[in-house]
Design a protein around this ligand. Structure first.
Ligand SMILES: NC(=O)c1ccc[n+]([C@@H]2O[C@H](COP(=O)([O-])OP(=O)(O)OC[C@H]3O[C@@H](n4cnc5c(N)ncnc54)[C@H](O)[C@@H]3O)[C@@H](O)[C@H]2O)c1
Ligand SMILES: [Zn+2]
Ligand SMILES: [Zn+2]
Length: 405
């Protein structure tokens, strides 16, 4: 069997390559942790990929802002059909259509047992937590490919109840592998509930998913900030208020909307590649969003921080940030008794509930993030457009199953 995949080809570049068809064993390859080479995966399934999305998290690698090696097969947002089951898989069957959490987790360790699947202890020899196709995450091969291996499959995969129904809603359901649960986790972490006022920094797909989630959770007003006009228009398309941070710090514009420069809940859907505000909008200032969220979130409030922060950034503008140290005004957070919720989203906590919300027409996540299906061969174009700030979430369609739907 042949296989094609999207791989990282050096800063600013991805290419579509021929790559081995998966086996029930983790083989050596770019980015594979030596301690994971030869690991047997009889608990895995092989998926024929139906949908696999390009993510802002991939962009950090493709922009050369991580230590990702060239040749790394990308892709952690995976939805597919089971075409082979490993010897130790009990419940999944060939033909099942499933969503795969981007976090790989074992279901056996202390953290998995406590629902913290984003920091599983058994899948990544480098550190707790793992993902497909990602630097320092153990070396599990990415899913922006025709076929992909999913370990601990009975535990990880979420089976859709009905194949035809799933294919009808595939552009919504594909968001369950990452951004919808991640945005939801951001909103839950920020304490969003009935009547909350919410500020979401970032109108990329994660920010828009967080805003969607805030609406689902009953927020009174959801304000989304960015410096990208098209993305702000996308946020307004589903009932969000917006703030253009290129005009200045968000507080003043929030006051124009709410009558006070303060919100109940703050969400960072930007991460370490944050731009400054106002005159500094052209410059990267990695702590801007964290500092401004402390400024505008009410005392006693929480900050949900799905935006990604790294322990090493070769492209950082200053020495401290190269080691992941940011100039955070932490004293302000202390003074206001803020709670900070960070880290990988434990997708499994939310994916079933959000699937039900999609299947029962309670939410239109695909429309809200402007999901756009493209072929695997067009992945380099999709990456380039996303990097330029297109107000779109690109969904790769490796077998043409979405376009023929
Ligand atoms: N924690 C997790 O589990 C998890 C999962 C998925 C993605 N992420 C992270 O979430 C972040 C967002 O992902 P995405 O796919 O939406 O990325 P994206 O790059 O498409 O979106 C980020 C947006 O932030 C905007 N921005 C930059 N500086 C800003 C500022 N100061 N204020 C407001 N907006 C600003 C950019 O213009 C851009 O539109 C990334 O860091 C990604 O790695 C984390
Ligand atoms: Zn992602
Ligand atoms: Zn585990």
């Amino acid at each position: 069997m042949s296989n094609k995949a999207v791989s990282y080809a050096g800063p600013g570049k991805v290419e579509v390559i021929d790559t081995p068809y998966p086996e029930f064993e983790l083989k050596d390859g770019p980015g594979v942790n030596p301690a994971n080479i030869g690991r047997k995966v009889h608990h895995g399934v092989i998926l024929k990929t139906i949908a696999t999305n390009i993510c802002g998290s991939d962009q950090h690698m493709v922009r050369g802002r991580t230590t990702a090696p060239e040749g790394l097969v990308l892709g952690h947002e995976i939805t597919g059909e089971v075409v082979e089951v490993g010897r130790d898989v009990e419940f999944l069957k060939v033909g099942d259509v499933v969503s795969v959490p981007f976090n790989i987790s074992c279901g056996r360790c202390r953290n998995c047992k406590e629902g913290q699947t984003g920091i599983c202890l058994n899948v990544n020899p480098d550190r707790p937590g793992s993902a497909y196709g990602y630097v320092d995450m153990g070396g599990w091969v990415g899913g922006q490919a025709e076929y992909v291996l999913v370990p601990y499959a009975d535990w990880n995969a979420l089976k859709f109840p009905d194949r035809d129904q799933a294919m009808e809603k595939i552009l919504d359901l594909t968001m369950l592998s990452d951004i919808f649960p991640t945005g939801f986790h951001g909103a839950v972490g920020a304490g969003v509930g009935l009547g909350s006022t919410v500020y979401v920094a970032g109108a990329g797909p994660v920010g828009l998913a967080a805003a969607t989630s805030a609406h689902l959770l009953g927020a009174a007003t959801v304000i989304v900030g960015d410096l990208n006009a098209d993305r702000l228009a996308q946020a307004r398309s589903f009932g969000c208020e917006t703030v253009d941070v290129s005009l200045g710090d968000p507080g003043e514009q929030i006051a124009q909307i709410l009558g006070t420069p303060e919100v109940d809940c703050g969400i960072d859907a930007v991460g370490f590649e944050a731009r400054g505000h106002g005159h500094d909008a052209g410059k990267e200032q990695p702590a801007t969003v964290l500092n401004s969220l402390m400024e505008i979130t009410r005392a006693g409030g929480s900050l949900g921080i799905p935006g990604l922060y790294v322990t090493g950034d070769p492209g950082a503008s200053d020495e401290a940030a190269k080691a992941g140290s940011l100039s955070m005004r932490f004293g302000l957070g202390f003074a206001k008794s803020h709670t900070f919720v960070t880290g990988q989203c434990p997708v499994m906590k939310y994916h079933r509930g959000l699937m039900q919300a999609i299947l029962s027409d309670k939410v239109n996540i695909a429309a809200n993030v402007n999901a756009t299906a493209i072929s695997l061969d067009d992945a380099p174009k999709g990456y380039a457009a996303f990097d330029e700030g297109a107000a779109q979430k690109f969904v790769l369609d490796p077998h043409g199953l979405i376009s023929s739907n």
